[in-house]
Design a protein around this ligand. Structure first.
Ligand code: TEU
Ligand code: CA
Length: 545
């Protein structure tokens, strides 16, 4: 059976679990120290053992790698560092044979400044590609406004030959595309249809709510034509083809998310929204904000209830932009594995499509690195700016270490051998030194490992309709240790309870569940009335009591 025969039917992604791969750090097959497509193909058996249904690959297209591939210079070419188009075709075929789809990462908001379009655009104001980007006349010392770019510095860069600035929300090497220009939209749609014809299972769409913007008014997302553009994108490409599509929408609120994931399939399958993932940040990711568990529970409850029957949630703790959850909100010390399992149980019991980020299933942690080891321009720029604006270097280091995207980008830890089995060469980025204890080989050999908790959660989702169909009722909303909730639907009732703290917690099991053993328990049979530190369990009952 294959992905397209076995799983590919309308709404398949509502019962699916997706796995995000950061190709540069997953598996190197040719010894150059950089992860590649043949390396992913070589690890498909591992991913099939885990039980995932599709793999989201961070960009593998031609790129100068200023932003590790999120700066694309040719949308239709596989970057030689990752391999060839034939390597990608081989991966798609080999994954399909295992019932796994391949999801590509589309960066439609901007290109690399090395893209042919931009190289043409900056030649002259009347070049046919000039208006593929956003230009403003000006003088060298007076940008159109004071907008700042996400990675630091101004969002406008001066081109003396043209006497103009161009707009970039990210690095200067990532000029924003002008979606107001129908030629841009047409060229992007044609490219997407090229990849659909190659047999991909879907797309992740980078900062997709930022394609409609008003730079003159400081508006960088959710511009007035956004829904018009997104519905046209759907109609002209993946609409009606049962592909999974997930838009990254940092600016999404519940109302917008309902539009993006409308059950009529007019836009996307779902979006990544980040409300629950910024609770520990005070405006800037480099400034910590104290928070408590009831805030997280309230946010998740809002999104669960807000999209139930009206849209679809994506479920994630991790991705290539976020620090590793076990270090961020778990315990990467004595209770590392237990806290990783508890966080997994809480997430995977929810309604929506879960995403597992590479290494999350091993309980991989943040890395104790500094500027000499970081490879992300965001981290390096932030550290420099913090130091230049008066933050003492030790505090700047701690602030960036806590949230650096590099934490998620250290090589996947496969074995306790050299370079964690990631490469036989010199890795492009240092391996987290804890690979000798935290690696896939050890996890597969340990029935009690985090890996097998993820494998069990994936299997339970596939065997029990309540995961995809059930509603959501939060229990003990004010409890600062326990995250517990009920799901009812699909002819079943499910209870999930987790102690997300390092101290024992009181938890009175509702009577209906006291008579049945848990379907999953991370620390053996729970003791009635209490939950051990970082203990989680999941109960299933027939009927929708
Ligand atoms: O990220 C969107 C984005 O804005 C993030 O960079 C976020 O602001 C930042 O990570 C907060 O720490 C997407 C991609 O996921 C990211 O890797 C790219 O760098 C970015 O877009 C530009 O393409
Ligand atoms: Ca390689």
């Amino acid at each position: 059976m294959t992905f397209w025969a076995q799983k590919h039917r309308p709404g398949w992604w509502k019962n699916a679990v997706l796995y995000q791969i950061y190709p540069k750090s997953f598996q190197d097959a040719n010894g150059d120290g950089i992860g590649d497509l043949p390396g992913i193909t070589a690890r498909l058996d591992y991913l099939q053992t885990l039980g995932v249904d599709a793999l989201w690959l961070s960009p593998i297209f031609a790129s100068p790698q200023v932003d590790n591939g999120y700066d694309i210079s040719d949308y239709r070419a596989v970057d030689p560092m990752f391999g060839t188009l034939d390597d990608l075709r081989a991966l798609i075929r080999a994954a399909d044979a295992r019932g796994i789809g391949i999801v590509l990462d589309l960066v439609l908001n901007h290109t690399s400044d090395q893209h042919r379009w931009f190289q043409e655009a900056k030649k002259s104001k009347d070049n046919p590609c000039h208006d593929y980007y956003i230009w403003r006349d000006g003088t060298p010392d007076a940008p159109p406004n004071g907008m700042k770019a996400t990675f630091g510095g101004p969002a406008w860069t001066w081109v003396p030959e043209l006497g103009q600035y161009y707009f970039h929300q990210f690095a200067p090497q990532q000029p924003d595309l002008n979606w107001e220009n129908p030629a841009v939209r047409r060229a992007l749609y044609d490219m997407i249809n090229f990849w659909i014809a190659e047999g991909v299972a879907g797309f992740r769409l980078d900062v997709i709510d930022q394609i409609a913007k008003e730079p003159d008014n400081g508006i960088t997302a959710n511009g007035p034509r956004l829904m018009e553009f997104l519905r046209e994108l759907n109609r002209e490409t993946f609409g009606g083809k049962d592909l999974v599509t997930v838009g990254e929408a940092w600016g999404a609120d519940l109302a917008r998310a309902r539009q993006y994931s409308a059950p009529d399939g007019s836009v996307f399958s779902m979006v990544f929204q980040f409300e629950q993932m910024v609770l520990d940040q005070d405006g800037s990711k480099w400034k910590a904000r104290p928070w408590a568990l009831p805030e997280l529970k309230a946010s998740i409850a809002k999104w669960q209830q807000g999209l139930h029957g009206a849209g679809w949630n994506s479920l994630f703790w991790n991705n290539h932009d976020l620090p590793r959850i076990v270090s961020r909100w778990g315990d990467d010390g004595a209770h590392r594995a237990d806290s990783a399992k508890a966080l997994a149980v809480v997430l995977h019991g929810l309604q929506g499509t879960p995403y597992i980020y590479q290494g999350e299933e091993l309980g991989m942690t943040n890395a104790p690195f500094g500027p000499q080891d970081w490879r992300d321009l965001e981290s390096l720029n932030a550290y420099r700016e913090l130091c230049q604006t008066g933050t003492p270097p030790p505090q700047a280091l701690a602030a960036v270490q806590r949230m650096a995207r590099d934490n998620a980008r250290t090589p996947m830890q496969w074995t306790a051998g050299p370079n964690a089995g990631f490469t036989t060469g010199t890795p492009w980025m240092r391996v987290n030194p804890n690979y000798t204890a935290i690696n896939a080989e050890a996890a597969l050999a340990d029935p009690g490992s985090v890996f097998y908790t993820y494998q069990k959660l994936i299997a339970l989702r596939k065997a029990n309709p309540v995961f995809a169909a059930g509603d959501f009722t939060l229990l003990c909303p004010g409890d600062t240790q326990v995250f517990a909730y009920l799901r009812r639907g699909g002819g079943q009732t499910m209870l999930v309870a987790a102690n997300l703290s390092g101290r024992p917690a009181a938890f009175a099991l509702p009577a209906d569940f006291a008579a049945v053993p848990p379907a999953l328990a991370t620390q053996g049979a729970p003791t009635p009335g209490t939950l051990r530190p970082w203990e989680a369990a999941l109960w299933l009952l027939p009927g929708e009591a």
